[in-house]
Design a protein around this ligand. Sequence first.
Ligand code: ADP
Ligand code: ZN
Length: 737
Amino acid sequence: MHPSQTSNETEFFEQGQLVGVLTAQPLDRVLDYKAPEGGCWLGAFVEVPLGPRKVLGVVWGPGRGDWDIKKVRAVLRVLDVAPMRGEMRDFLTRVGGYTLTPMSAMLRLATRAPGLGDPPSMRKVYRMGHAELTKRTAAREKVLAVLEEFGGLSFTLKELADHAGVSASVVKGLVQMGAVAEENTPRDLPFPRLVPDYGGKELSPDQASAANILRRDMASGTYGTTLLKGVTGSGKTEVYLEAVAECLRQGRQALVLLPEIALTAEFITRVEARFGMKPAEWHSGVTMTERRRVWKMVGQGDAQMVVGARSALYLPFRDLGLIVVDEEHDTSYKQEDGVLYNARDMAVLRASLNSAQVVLASATPCLESWANAESGKYKKLELTSRFGVAVMPEMKAIDMRSEDLPGQRWISPSLKNAVDQRIAEGQQALLFINRRGYAPVTVCRACGHQIGCDQCDARMVEHRFLKRLMCHQCGESKPMPNVCPSCEVEDKLAPVGPGVERLAEEAVNLWPDAKIEVLSSDMYASARALKARIEAIAAGEADIIIGTQLVAKGHNFPKLTLVGVIDADLGLQGSDLRAAERTFQLMRQVAGRAGRAEAKGQALMQTFQPEHPVIRAILGGDENAFWSAEAQERKAAGVPPYGRMAGIVLSASDVQAVFDLGNAMARQAEPLWRIGAQVYGPAPAPIARVRGRHRVRLLVKAEKTAPIQKALAQWAGQFKLKGDLRMAIDIDPQTFY
Ligand code: ADP
Ligand code: ZN
């Protein structure tokens, strides 16, 4: 029996007793089984027979006993992993209830590691051998020096060779001589212990006082959420690492969520410098065997710190004491398919069930967190200045209405001059456009009107080859007009706001001698390749960086002193209620890229509407004014965070069937009306057809305190989904358009 299998559960089922087992199979109930020989604990991971198959499950409680006892089969075996803890079962139940997700899907989310039931596999590791070196070489010395330095530690072949900076064959040679010993050990090894006081920078007074508060909260052993706000480079990471240190001292586990895998490598390096060892990693770039190791070690408390993507929230922590959500405003924390949850909110839930602390770090928190801090639900700590000499860049608008810019060009003369200067000074410039690929917008140069789709609120995208305007949302298309539909001036319509690739073409023409680098997530085969590129660029291997949103996310480019935002207006249109908020955050983040080191930075924003309130708020830097105004507007409209919303997407291959269901749902919404909720729609979903399936959307709006989940479940439960009809319910949807 696993050592931790006895530690936390009081409920034990003797052999033959009925237990209810939750499996990851899409069934709507927990199934009865007989406890196996030797019995099992509540929460135990087990293998059970289901029809002709063997499936993974968790002992969820006593059996219901409503099956013919003669037909009830026995649990096949108990897996050699730590049982699921009570707070984890609670957490999964609560998330399932909140997001209206079946428990089987929740269990799948919590067991995303292969081979949990496999017997432990072995692998070769290397440690100091006994034989003396007969023939010394520099490479061999390096290997032995590493083994010496780390005392009794053993390494994998790759770890040892990498650490010593030699090839694997050098290590193998040493094994033959007996100077290095090769042994077999279980593959799923514990992670090396982190040392809370290993490294650590001298903190600025600002940082020190924030760190003290976090440390004290951490030591309290209770739940609490803190918003740690400060511009990029103000030293937030150093501060929350102090909370991690305190968490480690308490003997508890820490989880740090990052929005982007590309950021992990740099962060891991910082953790290693701070705590002497690397933490565990959990994201899509981690190998399957390593995933299993992380999952198991987290469960038995042999991984003290995990750095990962949102799904790391569902790891079976033995004693989770702290969750940090870095760049908490980032939209990638919202899972948009499968189980629709927001990792930021679920982190808060998980922490509250674990008496753990949450730190939400951001330069530009989302309105929800801002409002929670205002109301006192969250504590707020603010770092006001950039760390060291770097200061916030100077921010200016370039009024595109008065720039002399020929068609098919997006880099204004003013911006070009500024870039020229930086290149001449040996510094880097970033041209930012938040659109991947090659997708322009059509705008009237006389009045600024942008041509939209008649069917939905999206802008039309020009397709040169087809000589048509197309809506990427509903598929509607029309010939390219030559008169502006708004001001009726002729021949002023032109495509602007190119995608990142198109912008690169222009840059190559403008700066034929410059080193130009395009940084867009879809242009790299792997996170590793992307990371390598980012490092080379940071080291100065480019004069001009052309990038999408990717570069807005926390990478450090010391030589970068100028950011040109190609289209600051992008994102201000559309019916997304968070459009203004997103634009505001993104522009501030991008501007934060400039002048991270000694040289003072500048951010230039090209805009056709410099008087727009969002643009003015960005330039003016009066954040509180922006948030207050934004909060007012949302309050008045009764939308999140001051009201509740749910999006329902229906889909089927038959368009009539989807609309029929949508209409029926809109007509028979008593459970929702009873709680005072309103139902909008059905309307074609923003992406009206995906892979041959038609999609229709309904939107439910309710007061903040209304019991919306229960009503939604009752409402949705009235309808049978015939044929290939599907229904997805998204609580607190992040995208509306
Ligand atoms: P943020 O997380 O707010 O963007 P970081 O914690 O990454 O800021 O700090 C920005 C830079 O300043 C990093 O390179 C970091 O190593 C450095 N830095 C932050 N605090 C200190 C400190 N107290 N002493 C020395 N360097 C620091
Ligand atoms: Zn016009």
